[in-house]
Each structure stands twice: as C-alpha cells, then as structure tokens.
Ligand binder design. Structure first.
Ligand SMILES: *Cc1c(COP(=O)(O)O)cnc(C)c1O
Length: 217
C-alpha cells in the first residue's frame, strides 16, 4: 500500500464528500497506516471481519458497513457500527432496529437501491421501498435512523450508463426527501461511487464515496 494514492485522492475530493476507505480483506496494519495519516472512516462488508478489526484498532475509527447484511450477523456489529450503507430489505431494517435497541443505540442507515443492469447486486426497487416506508410498522422503529440512500452502478467502462444510474439514485433521493423525509434534516446522504466511477458519482451528487482498490494498492 502506498499513501501517495490516498494523498492524491483526498486532495481532490470536495470537502462536502466523505471518503469511506473500503478496507475489506486488507490487514489491520494497512488500516493503521491510513489511520496514522489521519483517516478515520473505514468500510467493511463482512460482520465478523469488521468486529475483529474494531477490537484491535483505535476506538475512534468510524466503521461503516457496506455489504449485504444477514440478520443473524447483525449481532457482531450492532454495538459499534457508525453507519450501515446497505439496508436492502424491510426485514433487515427491522432486525437492525431490534439489535440497536438491545444496545440502547440509534443506528444510522442508508437505503440501498438497485440501480445497475446486473442481477448480482442487492437493493430495493422504488416500489419495494415505498411499500416499506408506508407500512405502519416502519414508523414504530425507534432505534434506526434513515439518513439517505446508497447504490452501486453497473461494473462497466460505459460512462454514459454509469452516469444514468447515478442520476437515477439521485432522483430517488430527491423523491424520498420530498415524500417521506421532508421533516428530517438528517436525511441528506447519497453514497455512490467506487474506485472505477467515483468522479462521475461526485459530479452527480454523491456525499459519500467508497474507495477500496484505488487507495489500498
Ligand atoms: C468493495 C466495495 C467497494 C470498493 O470497491 P473498489 O472498486 O475497490 O473501490 C465499494 N462499495 C462496496 C459496496 C463494495 O463492496
């Protein structure tokens, strides 16, 4: 790992955009190096791996969970996770609420939308999301806070397609804000953009980008 990549990127990211360093499968030593350079926000996609790293690394790290979350694994991260980017079903959200309650916390969450032309990516459709938000049970969940949306574009070199997908996610964000979260100033985050496409994502309104390979190589 080379801090030159990190320094070059962090200097080009606008101040309103939070850089999540995706440290999945990277050893704790590399995270510590970035930490020593001043970075505090790290993203992981496996609950047990995140827990293990949380236990040995400095306690002021902000741990973001970015992968598909199985309900039986929420217990590993519920006590400390700073943000879950990847809420992709009502059942996961209800389970997160349950574990957050156990730990007397309110866990910030993003709603993950399916925006790609691939069958392998998780996320809500607009209809599914609407159904969840209009379900009376949703408003009883006191230990989660929805603060925005997340999405992954198709893995392609087609910049036009990528841009369309990010525009779509931004459109969902605006619609949700108007229809369901107008009274919630915390609802303001759009997590989109990875190593391959983060520049387009920033142009299309990302407030959080999730970079792995381009930082840790
Ligand atoms: C791995 C991963 C990233 C980072 O991907 P890179 O291409 O390595 O930047 C971002 N978001 C999610 C959800 C991921 O799983």
């Amino acid at each position: 790992m080379n801090l030159i990549h990190y320094n070059a990127i962090i200097n080009t990211v606008p101040p309103h955009v939070k850089l999540v360093a995706v440290s999945k499968m990277r050893p704790a030593e590399q995270i510590q190096l970035l930490y020593n350079a001043g970075h505090r926000v790290f993203g992981e996609n496996r609950p047990q791996e995140m827990k293990a790293k949380h236990e040995i690394l400095p306690s002021d790290i902000e741990w973001h969970f970015i992968g598909h979350l199985q309900t039986n694994k929420i217990k590993y991260i519920a006590s400390f996770v700073a943000l879950i980017h990847s809420i992709d079903s009502f059942s996961v959200l209800q389970a997160v609420n349950k574990y957050a309650e156990k730990h007397h916390r309110v866990i910030p969450c993003l709603l993950q939308f399916f925006i790609a032309q691939e069958t392998t990516k998780f996320g809500f459709s607009w209809k599914e999301c609407k159904e969840m938000l209009e379900n009376p049970i949703f408003s009883t969940l006191k230990n989660i806070k929805i603060i925005g949306v997340m999405g992954m574009a198709t893995f392609t070199q087609n910049q036009i397609l990528i841009r369309e997908e990010f525009k779509k996610l931004n459109g969902y964000f605006i619609q949700l804000k108007e229809q369901y979260f107008a009274a919630s100033p915390e609802f303001k985050e759009i997590s989109m953009g990875m190593s391959n496409d983060y520049e387009v994502a920033i142009e299309e309104g990302a407030t959080m980008i999730r970079l792995g390979s381009t930082i840790f190589s």
